[in-house]
Design a protein around this ligand. Structure first.
Ligand code: SF4
Ligand code: SF4
Length: 429
C-alpha cells in the first residue's frame, strides 16, 4: 500500500480562523480511512493518481486556490444543492464549492444548536461551520441555500448567523407558473453574483461558462457509460470519489482529468480488463446524495465482492445527466435554457416526481446492473417516502431490491453488512 497523508497546512488554517488542533485530528483520520478504503484496492486505474492527490491536498492546495481567487476579487460561493446554477458563478469568473457534509465528526457541533432528529447531511454541514472545522466553509464569501427540503430551508435562517446565507426559492411543482418563478429566482441569483463581483455578466461569459460546465458533465457522463462494461473497469468507490470531487475541483482541470481516466478505462474495457472479475455482482445505488467522506454503503458492498456500477443521486447522475443547450448569445434565451435544464433535475422534493422512477429504471438498464440498493439518509422524508414508488417499480420489473436507511454513525455497519450480504445472495439467485 502506498504512503499517503492528507497534508496539513496549520498556518493557513489559523489564518482562516479554524479550530486547528481539532481539525488536525480529523485530517489524520481522513488519511487513515482513505488508505484503508481506497488505496487497498487491487488493480486500480493509474489515472486515479490525480484524484488521490486531490484528497491529499483537500485541506491545502484547493483551499489556497480559493483564497487566491478571493484576493483577486472573484466571488467564492458555497452551495448545498445541485439546483444552484453554478454556470452563473463561473460566468462571473467565480468559484462554486459544494459544502454538503458527509462526516459524523461535525454532528455533535450541530446538535448543540439544531434538533437531533433532522437529516445528518444538514447537521454535518452546519456543524462544520459551527465548529470551525472546514476550510471551505471558512473561505467562502457567502453561501447560497435553497428551499428544497424543510431541514435545509429552516437551517439557513440559523446558518445566516454564522456566515451570510442567501436563499433561492425552488418551487415544489413543475407547472408553467413554477417555471416563471424559477426563472425570476435565477435572475435574482445572477444579480447577487454581479453585485458581489462588481461586474455585469455578459452573454459571452455565460455562453463560455455553460460550455465549461457542459464539458464537466459530459466527462462524468462518459465515465458513467464506461462503468457499464463487464467487467467494470473501475470500482464504485473510485467513481463515487470522483463524483464527490466534482463539487470542489476547478471544472476545466477536473473534466480533463476525468477524460484522461476515461481513456485508460476505454483501453481496459477493450482488453476485457476490470477492477474485479466478470462474475462480480453488479449493483446500482439510488437515493440521497453521499457527500464526502460518506463511503459507507460503497465500502460495504464492494468489501462483499460486488461492484457498484451507478449512482442515481445528486452526487451521481442527477448532477450531470442533463446539459444546457449551447449556442445562444441572447441573455434572456440563455437564462431560459439554463432554467429549463435545472427544472429537469428529478429531486424527491418535487411533487409529483414520477420522472425519477422512469430514470431509475433507465439507469438500471443502461448500467447493466443486477440489483438496486435504495439509500435514504435518516430523517430525509421526501426520499424515504418516494422509496415506496421505487420499490413498487422494482417489484413490477422483477429487479432485486434492497432499501437502506442510515446515517453517518458506524453503529449500524454490522447490521448493514448482514443485510447487504443477504441481498447479494438474492441477486446471485
Ligand atoms: S437531493 Fe434534492 S435537495 Fe438534496 S442536493 Fe439533490 S436536488 Fe438538492
Ligand atoms: S438528504 Fe433529504 S433531508 Fe437531507 S438535505 Fe437532502 S433533501 Fe434534505
Amino acid at each position: 500500500m502506498q504512503d499517503f497523508e492528507v497534508k496539513a497546512y496549520p498556518e493557513m488554517w489559523h489564518e482562516l480562523n479554524m479550530d486547528v488542533e481539532r481539525f488536525d485530528k480529523a485530517r489524520q483520520m481522513l488519511g487513515g480511512a482513505y488508505t484503508k478504503i481506497f488505496l487497498s484496492q487491487a488493480n486500480r486505474p493509474q489515472k486515479m493518481a490525480y484524484f488521490d492527490e486531490m484528497i491529499s491536498e483537500i485541506f491545502g492546495g484547493r483551499v489556497k486556490e480559493l483564497m487566491q481567487a478571493k484576493k483577486e476579487g472573484r466571488p467564492v460561493v458555497g452551495t448545498f444543492c445541485v439546483y444552484i446554477p453554478e454556470e452563473i458563478v463561473v460566468a462571473a469568473n467565480g468559484i462554486c464549492v459544494g459544502l454538503c457534509g458527509g462526516s459524523p465528526g461535525s454532528i455533535p457541533d450541530a446538535e448543540k444548536i439544531l434538533p437531533r432528529n433532522i437529516c445528518p447531511m444538514v447537521k454535518s454541514a452546519f456543524g462544520f461551520k459551527a465548529g470551525r472545522i472546514c476550510p471551505y466553509f471558512q473561505v467562502v464569501d457567502f453561501v447560497y441555500g435553497e428551499t428544497t427540503c424543510d431541514a435545509k430551508k429552516k437551517t439557513w435562517e440559523i446558518l445566516d448567523r454564522l456566515v451570510p446565507t442567501y436563499v433561492m426559492e425552488i418551487p415544489q411543482m413543475k407547472k408553467e407558473r413554477d417555471r416563471t418563478l424559477w426563472l425570476e429566482e435565477v435572475k435574482d441569483f445572477k444579480a447577487k453574483i454581479e453585485a458581489v463581483s462588481g461586474k455585469t455578466i455578459s452573454s459571452e461569459q455565460l455562453a463560455e461558462a455553460i460550455k465549461i460546465l457542459n464539458g464537466k458533465r459530459q466527462a462524468l457522463q462518459r465515465l458513467t457509460k464506461l462503468r457499464a462494461a463487464n467487467p467494470a473497469p473501475i470500482s464504485g468507490k473510485d467513481a463515487l470519489l470522483i463524483e464527490q470531487i466534482a463539487f470542489y475541483d476547478e471544472p476545466v482541470r477536473f473534466a480533463a482529468k476525468v477524460n484522461e481516466l476515461c481513456d485508460e478505462l476505454d483501453a481496459r474495457a477493450a482488453k476485457g480488463e476490470g477492477i474485479l472479475p466478470k462474475s462480480a455482482l453488479r449493483v446500482m445505488v439510488s437515493g440521497t446524495p453521499m457527500a464526502l467522506p460518506n463511503w459507507k454503503i460503497h465500502n460495504l458492498v464492494e468489501s462483499a465482492g460486488a461492484v457498484i456500477v451507478n449512482e442515481e443521486s445528486c452526487i451521481g447522475t442527477r448532477y450531470f445527466k442533463d446539459l444546457i443547450t449551447e449556442g445562444s448569445l441572447d441573455m434572456e434565451k440563455q437564462l431560459a435554457a439554463l432554467t429549463d435544464r435545472y427544472m429537469r433535475i428529478d429531486c424527491s422534493c418535487f411533487t409529483p416526481n414520477d420522472e425519477r422512477v422512469t430514470q431509475v429504471l433507465k439507469e438500471y438498464k443502461d448500467s447493466a446492473a443486477q440489483g438496486i440498493i435504495h439509500y435514504s439518509l435518516q430523517f430525509c422524508h421526501t426520499y424515504n417516502i418516494e422509496e415506496i414508488k421505487i420499490r413498487e417499480a422494482c417489484q413490477r420489473e422483477g429487479i432485486p431490491y434492497l432499501s437502506i436507511e442510515s446515517d453517518y454513525s458506524p453503529d449500524d455497519v454490522g447490521q448493514l453488512q448482514t443485510r447487504i450480504e443477504a441481498f447479494l445472495e438474492q441477486v446471485e439467485g
